[in-house]
Design a protein around this ligand. Sequence first.
Ligand code: AKG
Ligand code: FE2
Length: 282
Amino acid sequence: MIPVMHRADDPDEITARLTENGAVIIEDFLAPEAVAAINAELGPVVDADDPTTREFINPFIADFFGTKVKHVTGLASRSTTFIDDVLLHPIYEQTCERILGLNCAEWTLNIGHLLQRGPGAEQQYVHRDQDVWNFLPKPHPEVQVASIVALTDFTADNGATRLVPASNHWDDDRYPTDDELIVAEMPAGAAVLYLGSTFHAGGTNCTADEWRRGFHLSFVVGWLRTEENNVLATPPDVARTLPLRAQELIGYKAHDAIATGGGYLGVVDVRHPTDLLATGEL
Ligand SMILES: O=C(O)CCC(=O)C(=O)O
Ligand SMILES: [Fe+2]
């Protein structure tokens, strides 16, 4: 089972449940007003997406998402409600600090997508999100905190995410059986947080006419390459208009590990790109 907690709960407790179970649902992650504002802003954008004509990097990924899932990518550059209510959500800061903060100087946004699973969308293959970094030798420390945020009610029938509790503790040679998948049913405004090491899959949508809409966003230690090229997706002209913390999370802050015996990553002119944005040099 997936523990259910609330945004006002002690961040240490939320982190403890997340690391024990590999997943935790925060039932009131977004206020109803925030869900309404996000849906008003992004609903028309996602509805306009046509998954049958969209192109993908390769046929495998095309098949992974299929032709029944609408996408909005690069959310940081497209949506102020995404920035204010989701990207900067304190629960991400609290859990990333406690989990990723042990293994990096800075964490960054890895990917920020809206996924709308439509009628007929089939279950994804069961995977760990961290497997995008397959060249990272195992075992390795936890490098990713991920989440799905429900913008509509998530039900077993409309494609709610399935997760495998405690699979973050499994050895690399164990793969889940179907009966080990637990459905993260949750109301609009809830989120399921999970780890990069937790097995999961977007579910089959077997309804006739219900769209399951949710954000898929994750954070990663700042020394790994991100799945989405966030700086290109949110170029300086847009980034300049965003709150400083959003700029940092998108990748405009260098990963400065000098204090722990490392070096710097992601500088421009040997400075933080955020500083160059502030002075107008970028
Ligand atoms: O949409 C979902 O429920 C899961 C999406 C997912 O796991 C992924 O795209 O990696
Ligand atoms: Fe995933």
